[in-house]
Design a protein around this ligand. Structure first.
Ligand SMILES: NC(=O)c1ccc[n+]([C@@H]2O[C@H](COP(=O)([O-])OP(=O)(O)OC[C@H]3O[C@@H](n4cnc5c(N)ncnc54)[C@H](OP(=O)(O)O)[C@@H]3O)[C@@H](O)[C@H]2O)c1
Length: 265
């Protein structure tokens, strides 16, 4: 069988970089994208050493039209995409009104519009070849009541989880698997970038966190098994169930306490 190629967004750090290592170890070739070229080049060198053919394409997915331009570059290089990991993401913890409208729009483009557009552009080829994998990196936040301070983040991730479910149903019998990956707290650059590292570290002990490697492996295994959704770690699975068992008012006040602990309210 010829080698498969996966396009991974947000591959310059964290879960995306860990995904690249997992896919390379499983014998896939890689197309790595993010904004930071040096980090992508370093990861490309590393994964080439374990046998992967790697292409680096920088893109800012907050820019309108970026997914289309990215796919055009891939096509121009004669590459075929068999797997897509929609992973790029970040949270804005500054509060709804203190966040500029273009920052809101950018976060929606990176985490919601880009996954939809990349899926729409790449799925016809996958269906035509009767093989495809789409792994959408959502979050446990998409399964919980919405919190304040980063008000749009949870709803964006809920969208991704539900869109994955619907798409998975539409893809049945085509050879294309679609899975939503819902990590809990994961050691990456995420909380450095949103400025909450000190608060989350003091509010949530190390045992509540997982490594990016464990999260990436859980995602890879789940999409290969064509599971609709995966929540890595039993503690996160338990956390995702508790709000559903409580009356809505109680669940909302627990989540408000979480936002206050992180100084977001
Ligand atoms: N860490 C957690 O606790 C956690 C929990 C649940 C879900 N998640 C989700 O996991 C995914 C990966 O996050 P992570 O934890 O690995 O965070 P990370 O270490 O900060 O990595 C985020 C990645 O997204 C890329 N990215 C950000 N903005 C971008 C843009 N405008 N255009 C293109 N790429 C962009 C970054 O690359 P450049 O900066 O080089 O562009 C980087 O590669 C996200 O979708 C996040 O919501 C994380």
């Amino acid at each position: 069988m010829s080698r498969r190629t996966v396009l991974i967004t947000g591959a310059s750090a964290g879960i995306g970089a860990a995904m690249a290592r997992v896919y390379a170890a499983e014998g896939w070739d890689l197309i790595l994208t993010a904004r930071r070229e040096a980090a992508l080049d370093a990861l490309a060198d590393e994964t080439r050493r374990i046998g992967a053919n790697v292409t680096v394409l920088t893109a800012d997915l907050a820019e309108p039209g970026a997914p289309e331009a990215l796919v055009a570059q891939i096509t121009a290089r004669g590459l075929t995409v068999d797997g897509l990991v929609n992973n790029a993401g970040f949270s804005l913890t500054t509060g709804f009104l203190a966040t500029k409208p273009e920052q809101h729009a950018g976060s929606i483009r990176v985490m919601l519009t880009a996954p939809v557009e990349l899926s729409r552009l790449l799925l016809p080829g996958m269906v035509g070849r009767r093989f495809g994998r789409i792994l959408n990196v959502a979050s446990i936040a998409g399964l919980m009541p919405a919190t304040g301070g980063d008000t749009l983040y949870g709803p964006i991730k809920s969208f991704l989880i539900k869109a994955s479910q619907g798409l998975r149903l539409e893809m049945q019998g085509t050879g294309v698997h679609v899975t939503a990956l819902c990590p809990g707290y994961t050691f990456t650059e995420f909380h450095d970038i949103n400025g909450s590292r000190a608060d989350v570290t003091s509010a949530y002990p190390a045992w509540m966190w997982m490594t990016a490697e464990a999260v990436a492996r859980a995602g890879y295994d789940a999409v290969e098994a064509n599971r609709p959704r995966v929540i890595p770690g039993w503690r996160n699975r338990l956390l995702s169930i508790i709000p559903k068992l409580l009356p809505n008012g109680v669940a909302l006040s627990i989540i408000a306490g979480h936002a206050r602990r992180l100084k977001r309210l």
